[in-house]
Design a binder for this molecule. Sequence first.
Ligand code: ADP
Length: 692
Amino acid sequence: MCQNSYYDAVVNFSTKKNDGITYDEMISDGLCVFNKIPGFISASLFLKSSNKIDYYLKDSTCIDHEVVQTIFNELFNNGEIAKSINDKEISGFDENIYNNQHNFILILPLIIQSGIAGLIILVIDKKDSDFERLKDLCKIHSNYFVLLLMNYDLYSELENLKMTDSKIVHYSKDIVQSTKELKKILDSIQVGILIIDKTSNQIIDVNKAASKLFGLGKYELIGTLVQEHFVYNDEGKNHITHNSSEELLLKKNDGTFIPIIKTDALISVANEEYTIKSFIDITERKKMEEALHTAHIELEHRVEERTLELSEANKSLQNEITDRIKAEKDLLKIYWAVHQSPAAVIITDLNGNIEYVNPKFSEMTGYKYQEVINQNPKILKSGEMNSEEYKNIWDTLLDGREWRGEYRNRKKDGTLYWVSSSISPVRSDNRDVTHYLSVQEDITERKHFLEELIITKQQAEKSEKLKSSLLANMSHEIRTPLIGILGYSQILMNEIHETDLLNMVNDIYSSGNRLLKSLNNVLFLSHIENISIEIELTKVNVVEELERCILENNKFAMEKETSLELNINKKDLYVEVEKDLFNHAIGNLIDNALKYTAKGSVLVIADYALHNGKNWVIIKVQDTGIGIAKDDQKKIFEAFRQVSEGYSRNFEGCGLGLTITQKIVDIFRGEISIESEPTKGSTFSIWLPLIS
Ligand code: ADP
């Protein structure tokens, strides 16, 4: 009955039990399996008698029944049995009980349908055995043993079985058959199944699929710890769970790993809890997943690359379109600029044949666009330009330079016209000359105008000469007799005592004087216009000059009932002037002020002023005379213009005084202004730049 190894014994036992053996045989065989465990001394089965606390020895192996019964009694009496039953655990090994220091005694309660059906008492050699492993093996086997006993419904039908009730035996056989079928089913399933003892985590049964996946025989797996066979992927970092399932790696016998999906289920059999682990190999699925993942990544990558390529292509296309639109717009702009140019534009090929002319060309020459295309610009030739000049144009162009010049062309109707022309080479991107461009402006009118201008200038110069000789003649021919008249009338004034005659001579003298004054003014104006560029300015103290002017005009003031005063706070006020001209200008203003003030006062003021960021000396000649209306204030500076003009005027003078004064102030780079109100008086101000 006893086999060579524990596993063989288990195999033998498990095959035999289904072969219609008796319960006694089964028990005997079951106990015999213990016999194969290393260090084992004895195994005995005590069954509980119904309705009693007593246990009777059913079978034993290796030690005779009496010894076994003695052991049981001792254990029972010292409470070990009770303790083990109450704890429902294997316990009670006490080295003193069996008087043998080297043995363990294991008490294994047989728990069937929540009740204690009996006890297996094992005696094990402490010295020879790996007790922990031995204990586990014993427990696995005893559980299996119990399972079988339960299948035979040992507990409830034990008595009946004794009576060999054929019906029950038959029923039990059915159960055994069912168990066998169940095992067949489990083995036929392609899912790996492990039955694990929940407490010890040891495998107690496996199906064929599991054994195949592990690459281990069924009995190589039974008894081993379940955790030895599985590892978590990535040490559990990316551990995947699906509801109750989880993905992990199964460690094969050859050391390789295969991915699996595992599901755990708990079952409870005879108050013992078991874990059913079912798992399937997902290597292929994983491979496919990986391939799918790789393909997906590759696809994404390619899509990304393609998208990038497309976006780049789109961008450069956009840029190209933008550039092209811009270039087209620019081209259009240039075309319209050329088309609408106020100058005639001619574009020829390198042989000088016309490829384009703008509307202005047609307007200028009378030739229509179609008439000149492919023609040579020679058609415009007036025949006035010699071959040397033509050669010069071509030499310049062939040298890559621009030619500019003026010449006469002939219109379609034969009319000659002047053009100012520029002819230049047109270069392509690679700097090659592809065309010639000629821009021509009709300057016929300008030429005529210039000619007229030259003639006018010549005439003016002639007139100027005439004027100069007229003035010279006037100066000599009028002034000489006038001086004679004035001299003789003065002599006569001293010689004649008759009042009537004296009055006549006085009139001759004053009229002559007035004529001389006017003549002098005319000559002075002409003189000042001629010499204005040559006049040399010097630094002059205005204060001193004004004092002199007052003195000179005092006589005239005294003749009238008008006072003439000078009001200056400063000692020095320097300006750059020509002394005589300065005195002439100031003299004119004082003379006018006195002349147009019948009765009142004339005040000459000089001061310093800052105006428009510049330092000025202002000389004011203020009178309380007749004043000048706003409308007349401008015209009085024009030559020969007066407020009262014509034969009915009340005042002497030829209207040149202010014109001369204005010219003198201009020469001094100064300004003259007027403030006046009729009947209230006038103030003439001369502004001259102050110098230090
Ligand atoms: P005229 O020799 O006529 O004085 P002016 O050129 O000196 O020539 O003056 C032009 C005109 O300006 C004068 O005819 C006069 O009508 C007017 N005018 C000049 N100064 C004064 C003034 N101080 N008061 C009023 N009118 C003046």
